[in-house]
Design a protein around this ligand. Structure first.
Ligand code: SAM
Length: 218
């Protein structure tokens, strides 16, 4: 079993990673603090642990990845998390991004499509003592049973913006979602001003694993 130990070496590597993210343009101190405080190596397979503080995505099994730290920081900064925000994350994966949201004070709901990943991450987060609401299933249509949300974050590449996700946002809520083809996606931030008005902002391009399911890539 993986030993959950945070050493001076890991803390030092985390500091260097945070400095790199700052250089790359991440400004939010609350996001940088969360990355500095959460040991990313806990979320890694022991064989890959020495790579945990590289600014890269890494395999987590089932053909899926833990997102690159820059991507996590970029998406989280766009969400502008406030204490007590009710946030839905689509694509739990390793649970790292969800844990960042959790330590920033959000009430996190997260859904994962791959059963094995869901089960492994659920066990792992319980071991870490991180309490959040984990669901197994197709999140491409959101999670209607617990809607509405202040923020929705999609951590897989979508072909289009699913309408159901906009419907499950509160007025004033924000959806952050990468949209494009299977190789490259543009990061979008959609702010729901009213039931009929949504403000759409476009950011850099990224490369995510595909969002599968009914409103994703089938
Ligand atoms: N947020 C994750 C983390 O912190 O490790 C990384 C996410 S990984 C880039 C994308 C995840 O989205 C994968 O675990 C994948 O199985 C999941 N996924 C893809 N389609 C999905 C869907 N329709 N519903 C829920 N999860 C989905």
């Amino acid at each position: 079993m993986l030993k959950l130990e945070d050493t001076y070496l890991h803390k030092g590597k985390r500091k260097a990673l945070v400095a790199l993210l700052r250089e790359k343009g991440i400004k939010s101190e609350s996001v940088l603090n969360a990355i500095n405080n959460l040991p990313r190596h806990f979320f890694f397979d022991s064989a890959l642990i020495s790579h945990a503080y590289e600014d890269k995505a890494f395999p987590i099994g089932e053909g899926q990845t833990i997102s690159q730290p820059y991507t996590v920081a970029f998406q989280t900064e766009l969400l502008d998390i406030r204490q007590g925000d009710k946030v839905l994350e689509i694509g739990t994966g390793s649970g790292y991004q969800a844990s960042i949201l959790h330590i920033m004070g959000a009430e996190v709901y997260t859904i994962e499509y791959q059963k094995k990943l869901f089960e492994g991450t659920k066990r792992f987060l319980a071991r870490l003592g991180i309490e959040m609401n984990l669901f197994y299933g197709d999140g491409s249509e959101g999670l209607l049973s617990h809607a509405p949300y202040d923020k929705i974050l999609v951590t897989a590449g979508a072909p289009v913006v699913p309408n159901s996700l906009l419907k499950q946002l509160k007025i004033g809520g924000v959806l952050v979602i990468p949209v494009g083809d299977k190789r490259r996606q543009t990061m979008l931030k959609l702010t729901k001003k009213s039931n009929t008005k949504v403000i759409r902002e476009e950011f850099d391009s990224f490369s995510f694993v595909p969002l599968l399911g009914k409103d994703g890539w089938r």
